[in-house]
Ligand binder design. Sequence first.
Ligand SMILES: [Zn+2]
Length: 248
Amino acid sequence: MTKLGIFFETNDKAPVFPIIPFFPLFLHFNRMSMLDYTSFLFNPVFGENTYVVYDETKECVIIDPGCSSPREEERLFSFIDSNRLKPVMVLNTHGHIDHIMGNAAVCNRYHVKAAASAAARPYFTDAEQQFRFFGLQGQGTFPLPEGVLHDGDIVKVGTGQLEVIATPGHTEGCISFYAEVEGAVFTGDALFCRSIGRTDMRGGDYERLCKSIRERLYHLPDDTDVLPGHGQMTSIGEEKDFNPFVTG
Ligand SMILES: [Zn+2]
């Protein structure tokens, strides 16, 4: 499986932390190093959720930076800077404009690369067509992500990690990021609270999206927090019970 820089490992490697039963301090350290996150609601038109994920080492990744104005960029930057976080990468769940608008600003300011799935890359180059779809005049540059993520890749964040889960259907190449230790999954526009992503845009496939949700996301533990690209958070168990589009 392809690796990207020093932050990625494939799933089939040895566990990051070996089990040392007679060394409880080690386990304590492990528990103290859990990932945390802060979310931002950006873009008055799209209402997109941007997430900053970090741990006590202060390393962080920015998932779907959707800041759509200098003012929103400043909100994101001031949070990162005032908490002395050290961005190591931008991660994109997919290539829709509302999820990538802040890529260039974040990458330029912190000298980091963006990563997305290979199938998401064409969306970065048809941004003007996406703007037109929504009747917007928008323009702008959306540099191609330099990193390519695959299903099962592990993204290191400090001492924590996120697993890439392929969840196509809303677009081609949609991925989710699963924090297994913390019990949380960042689903982009695949799964929302009581809803699912639209499938009427380029590369959308309703059956494929339902299959992604049923076979990949609903297999996660019921108490897993779902942190979507739009709207409020929910859990896998709640969506299995109450989501009107895909029941578990
Ligand atoms: Zn989308």
